[in-house]
Design a protein around this ligand. Structure first.
Ligand code: ADP
Ligand code: MG
Ligand code: MG
Length: 883
């Protein structure tokens, strides 16, 4: 088996398409090499070797050692050096890299191959002893951390003490001799901790690092990240071993990261940061505050520190050139890592860059307009779920801003919350239902869970590419990073800002769009859905086949959904209309009435209210289809609970409160979700369905007159299991419809249909379709009844199931394609066999879930219906499913 793929010198054994085998980093390094870009030579050990490692008790395949040795020799040949040879010293980096990029999740070791002897050679060779010892101390620290499992704090402590002793502020101030002293202290510390000296043998170092990369695939951070991003464990990571180039060789050397377009706004402008005389992750780690790459960005940031463009014009020019080439080649915005060694540019990584939802839209729209990609591709470029971010509020420009500090606008959107200083507190507060802003000096991968729990993130150190910034953008959370004027004191639990001392629990607002930190809560604005958003949505609407409707019963929701592009109402839950003000009293009166006469009297009060609701909905939907579901929940949900409520109803009904209490107890059910609800109510109390039908038709007549466009109501009977249930209710509906139409003297077209939400209904769909003119799949109840689990109670054990690998995801969030989905597919087919062209839709949570929407497209449903805020997501997901 071939376990090792080499790259270098304008050629490579792998390509960009080999991401599964070589990981994203390795595949793209190979691709860049083949494009003839300046990439230090190296080789990639495949993800299959990682899988072998775990399948064989952390062992390597037999052939691996030989293949690594050969590849290392090849790298040396290209570089004109030899690993472990002090005469012609070759140093390497050992880098992880899975199929999906997992930023900061796994660790890189730089300068590998250094030891007490070779460091002298490096000093001699480079003519720069400071550089050589700086590299060695970095190596000891990284290797000890990543491979030997010693906390990097151990070394930070030593370094901080030395800095304090020497009165230095920056690492770059150390001289060669001073680094040698630090190295001696580092080595002592290693020996103290481990009882043996720091490994001197380069081969031992190399294999230690390779093993550590494989092991890091199973570290807690990586496992958490994979869980949050649905990355399967079976993918494994590759290992990249690459000849070192040095950004820490003095003032003509540098290291940096860049994006070919602005990842925050999407603007088509090279965007990035670098540090002179620095190595590896210095930029990302926020150790020093980095400088801007372009003059334009420097000026925009108001920085007085020179840009790369100014400082190293030649390296800058070739970098710009490479950025353009890579963007054209990959046809997407690239996220790049580079190093300049004594004026010469080296590319160390490229990948499609993460971006905010806003930037994604702008880039996709721009690239389509530039002709770089097609419109369908532009539609596919947007993660539907990310649109959520755009629906986030921003600070009202008219609101007063009590600014107490400013950092970098690291991730857009605004958020308000109580200050917490640790991820643990953030999580606890979230559980208690409180909104918090996570305030840290800087964040690390250990903070992911806290960042998830927080409304927004504020750090006092680090740039636009710091951990906090990158992760927050990925999560769509507002983030302000590097707010250097603020001081966090973890021990005292305070945030000091321009004379204000804030404590944990004090409220702040952060504005991820400007980088401002504000005291207190501030008025927010809903976002504008025009521009790029509108353009992409228009392209999506052209591409999709399924209609997108909304679940709405209030005029406010219906209007909002229309503004988000809903093409009708797929589910109007009439029961929600009965909770307001006087209505609930009339409703209770109806439920607790002794006989039909009493019920009819109460229903007569509800009729005009219900009618006016429908008129308004019909008007808002202006001729678009509106599906109205007859009363569905068990009646006891409406019953009085408090003393006052009982007395209120008792007074209206003119009966003693005690008697009402009796009736209420009689309505108690042990298992109400499987109880007297849905069409069962309409069978027991047909007068309820009749009142609702009358309200619907009278409203249709009225709204039709007012708007001039005829209303075609779709009346939906819930929880049908037997055709005869539907027949019974439909007869009532038809009778009422007939009489309203006769009274009004205008004809109203309408459809009567049913929810398919019981397995029996799915199984008997061909028979039910004899009566039903449409089906709407109520997949919430269908999931409950198919699995036999209650969605109100299942969350805790479903989570256990997920952790134990019994289910992949919550079937209430994403449709269970194999089980529930099979029933849906079957019912759709059976329905069509009886009534070709029967209208088919889905309502319930799944109608707004992209994966479920893909399934709906496959089954050929006519529409999906979801909550108003998910309408744009559904439009996009439906388009992606169709192209
Ligand atoms: P991550 O996946 O965390 O970004 P990388 O493997 O990309 O880790 O390494 C992080 C950084 O280390 C790179 O951005 C680069 O600056 C530095 N680095 C890695 N390999 C080399 C190398 N061969 N020469 C110089 N710097 C390197
Ligand atoms: Mg890293
Ligand atoms: Mg990297």
């Amino acid at each position: 088996t071939k376990w090792v793929y080499t790259f270098g010198d304008g050629a490579a054994e792998g390509r960009a398409g080999d991401r599964n085998l070589l990981g994203g980093k390795g595949a793209n390094l190979a691709e860049m090499c083949s494009l003839g870009l300046p990439v230090p030579p190296g080789f990639t050990i495949t993800t299959e070797a990682c899988n072998f490692y775990y399948a064989n008790g952390n062992g390597h395949p037999e052939e691996l050692a030989g293949q690594v040795k050969a590849a290392l020799a090849e790298v040396g040949r290209i570089a004109g050096r030899r690993f472990g040879d002090p005469e012609k010293l070759l140093l390497v980096s050992v880098r992880s890299g899975g199929r999906a990029s997992m930023p900061g999740m796994m660790d890189t070791v730089l300068n590998l191959g250094l030891n007490d002897v070779t460091v002298e050679a490096l000093a001699r060779d480079s003519g720069d002893a400071r550089f050589a010892y700086d590299s060695y101390r970095r190596f000891i620290q990284m290797y000890s951390d990543v491979v030997l499992g010693l906390d990097h704090e151990l070394f930070e402590e030593i370094l901080e003490e030395e800095k304090a002793r020497l009165g230095y502020e920056l690492d770059t101030e150390f001289s060669a001799g001073q680094w040698q002293e630090v190295i001696a202290l580092y080595k002592d510390r290693v020996e103290e901790e481990l009882g043996k000296p720091f490994p001197q043998d380069p081969d031992e170092q190399l294999w230690g690092a390779i093993g550590a990369v494989f092991s890091s695939w199973m570290n807690a951070r990586a496992i958490t990240y994979r869980r949050l991003h649905d990355i399967p464990e079976s993918w494994g990571t590759a290992v990249n071993v690459q000849a070192m180039v040095f950004g820490n060789m003095g003032e003509t050397s540098a290291t940096g990261v860049a994006f070919t377009r602005n990842p925050s706004t999407g603007e088509k402008a090279l965007y990035g940061e670098f540090l002179v005389n620095a190595q590896g992750e210095d930029v990302v780690a926020g150790i020093r505050t980095p400088q801007n790459i372009t003059e334009k960005a420097r000026i925009a940031a108001g920085s007085d520190r020179p840009s790369l463009q100014k400082l190293m014009p030649e390296a800058f020019a070739s970098f710009v050139d490479i950025c353009e080439r890579l963007e054209r080649h990959y046809r997407d915005m690239q996220d790049l890592e580079f190093t300049i060694e004594r004026g010469k540019l080296w590319m160390l990584q490229t990948r499609s860059g993460k971006r905010t939802a806003k930037a994604a839209l702008k880039m996709a729209a721009d690239m389509a307009n530039e002709g770089l990609i097609s419109r369908d591709e532009a539609v596919l470029r947007i993660d539907p779920a990310s649109l959520d971010q755009l629906l986030h509020p921003t600070i009202d420009p008219k609101a007063e801003r009590n600014v107490i500090g400013t950092g970098l606008p690291a991730s857009p959107g605004a958020a308000t919350g109580e200050i917490v200083f640790s991820s643990h507190e953030a999580e606890e507060a979230r559980k208690a239902g409180r909104k918090v802003i996570l305030v840290r000096v800087e964040t690390s991968p250990e903070d992911i869970h806290g960042m998830h729990a927080a409304e927004g993130i504020l750090t006092t150190r680090g740039g636009m590419t710091s951990h906090a910034a990158v992760v927050a953008r990925g999560m769509g959370k507002p983030c302000v990073s590097g707010a250097g004027s603020l001081r966090v004191d973890y021990r005292a639990g305070t945030l000091v800002a321009m004379g204000h001392t804030l404590k944990g629990g004090d409220v702040v607002t952060i504005d991820g769009g400007t980088g401002q930190v504000l005291k207190g809560a501030v008025a927010m604005l809903q976002p504008e859905l025009s521009g790029d958003f509108a353009a992409i949505m228009e392209w999506a609407d052209k591409a999709r086949r399924m209609k997108v409707r909304t679940n709405a019963e209030t005029p406010a929701d219906a209007r909002m959904a229309r503004s988000f592009g809903a093409e009708g109402i797929g589910l109007c839950r009439t029961e929600h209309m009965f909770f307001d003000g006087d209505r609930i009293v009339a409703m209770r009166e109806m439920i607790l009435a002794e006989d039909e006469k009493g019920r009819r009297a109460a229903l007569a009060k509800l009729l005009p209210m219900q009618r006016s609701d429908f008129v308004e909905l019909f008007e808002i939907m202006a001729g678009l289809p509106v599906t109205i579901r007859l009363l569905d929940p068990p009646l006891h949900e409406f019953l009085p609970k408090t003393e006052k409520e009982f007395e209120e109803v008792a007074a209206v009904l003119n009966v003693p409160a005690d008697k009402l209490r009796h009736r209420t107890e009689a309505l108690h059910e042990f298992n109400p979700m499987l109880g007297h609800r849905g069409c069962r109510l309409a069978v027991s109390y047909p007068e309820i369905a009749e009142m609702q039908t009358r309200a619907i038709f009278e409203a249709a007549v009225e709204a039709g007159r007012k708007t001039g466009s005829p209303v075609v109501p779709e009346i939906m009977v819930p929880l049908v299991g037997l055709k005869k249930e539907l027949d019974y209710v439909k007869a009532r509906i038809d009778a009422v419809a007939k009489s309203v139409i006769e009274e009004a003297g205008v004809s109203v077209d309408y459809l009567t249909g049913t929810m398919i939400e019981l397995p029996r209904a799915a199984i008997r769909a061909h028979v039910i379709a004899e009566t039903a003119e449409f089906f709407s799949f109520g997949t919430n109840d269908l999931t409950q009844t198919t699995f036999g689990i209650s969605r109100d109670d299942a969350a805790p054990f479903l989570e256990t199931y997920r952790q134990k690998g019994i289910i992949d995801q919550d079937p209430f969030v994403s449709i269970d394609v194999d089980g529930v989905g099979e029933l849906v597919a079957m019912a759709a087919e059976k329905g069509r066999s009886t009534r070709p062209g029967i209208k088919l839709g889905i309502c319930g949570e799944h109608g707004g879930d992209p994966a479920s929407i893909r399934f709906c497209e496959k089954v050929g449903l006519d529409y999906v219906s979801c909550s108003p805020f998910r309408v744009p997501i559904a439009r996009l997901a439906a388009a992606q499913a169709a192209v």
